[in-house]
Design a protein around this ligand. Structure first.
Ligand code: GH3
Ligand code: MG
Ligand code: MG
Ligand code: MG
Length: 311
């Protein structure tokens, strides 16, 4: 019984500790002109290890928010000198969605409509003053967990499960955004592993997975300044904003060469791999036009004997 009890205590403590550790990286901004209220909120937050910021006006709060990108939660009173807390909330919502920065409005017991106005203006939650410590912390934690869960879901939706590289969907989003920003001097490449089926057939599917993960690491490392992704199966793609075609071709040739030098080792087996690459520079037709072109060059690289770059 004692053992069981101490196990539970241990589990509780480790959850608490990891939570406290995590909170250190989360900023919370308290916007309230009443010094006593502000001090009470920040004291409670600091006791739970949050990094706290204070502001007395909406304008001041917005400035702090601009400077501190790790602020994930804002607690705001409505009655502020100058523009109201609701006005500040509307400004926050112009810049960040509910799932990026949570806002908790402070409403008064005397003003029954205020909490509704906060929610309608984009607040995630509200607290009625005077609030108890426990309710305060429950609401804070619930809203922080909401933000963190969305972050987890986003990460899962954007990355490839096997290799951890950005996935095809994320690639299209990022490449299209980059293309809109600088619509000149962009390159796109498709990388396809040569005779990959043979690796699966000879050494087994687990070895195929291992090889994909290793090559993905090299792709992520080599192209960390660019936009790399697992395009599907044994294909990777890279979008390079702001680069000349001949420079890109050089980089891909170096990558191809480096890869052929790697000795892959899996469960006592040793083998080498190579890739074929098609590279294209920007032309009309956007990302899908570039992909079609890169695929044609990739096909040429395969036909011309593999382990080569065509452009
Ligand atoms: P080529 O040089 O013409 O590209 O030949 P290839 O064998 O690489 O091409 P093919 O398209 O014939 O085969 C690709 C293989 O990749 C078939 C498929 O089973 C394997 N594959 C795709 N995704 C995965 C994966 O996630 N894990 C493993 N182990 N194999 C995969
Ligand atoms: Mg393929
Ligand atoms: Mg193929
Ligand atoms: Mg292949």
């Amino acid at each position: 019984y004692i053992l069981k009890e101490s196990e539970q205590v241990y589990e509780y403590l480790s959850v608490l500790l990891s939570r406290l550790y995590k909170n250190k990286h989360i900023g919370v901004l308290v916007v309230d002109n009443a010094r006593v209220h502000r001090a009470r909120s920040t004291a409670l937050l600091r006791r739970h290890n949050f990094m706290t910021y204070e502001a007395t006006t909406g304008q001041h709060g917005l400035e702090v928010l601009t400077r501190q990108s790790h602020i994930k939660l804002v607690i705001v009173a409505n009655d502020l000198p100058g523009p109201s807390g609701i006005k500040m909330l509307s400004e926050v919502r112009q810049r960040a969605k509910k799932e990026d920065i949570a806002v908790i409005g402070l409403s008064d017991r005397g003003d029954t409509g205020l909490s509704a106005r906060f929610i309608k203006s984009g607040a995630n939650d509200f607290l009625t003053q005077p609030y108890g410590q426990e309710e305060f912390l429950c609401r804070i934690m619930q809203n922080i967990e909401y933000i963190e869960n969305i972050e987890l879901i986003r990460r899962a939706a954007n990355s490839d499960f096997l290799t951890g590289l950005p996935n095809r969907r994320h690639f299209f989003e990022r490449a299209a955004a980059a293309l809109q920003l600088i619509p000149v001097c962009q390159c796109l490449a498709l990388i396809d592993i040569d005779h990959f089926k043979k690796i699966n057939d000879t050494y087994g599917h687990d070895c195929g997975d291992y090889t994909l993960r290793e090559i993905a690491k090299l792709v992520a490392d080599t192209f960390k300044q660019h936009i790399p992704a697992r395009f599907g199966g044994e294909e990777f793609c890279v979008f390079m904003p702001n680069i000349k075609l001949h420079t890109a071709v050089q980089i891909f040739n170096d990558f191809r060469q480096a890869l052929t030098d790697i000795e892959f080792k899996f469960e006592g087996q040793t083998f080498h791999c190579s890739v074929s690459i098609g590279v294209t520079a920007i032309e009309h037709g956007g990302i899908s036009g570039m992909l079609r072109k890169a695929d044609e060059y990739l096909y040429q690289a395969k036909n011309n004997g593999r382990n080569r770059v065509e452009h």
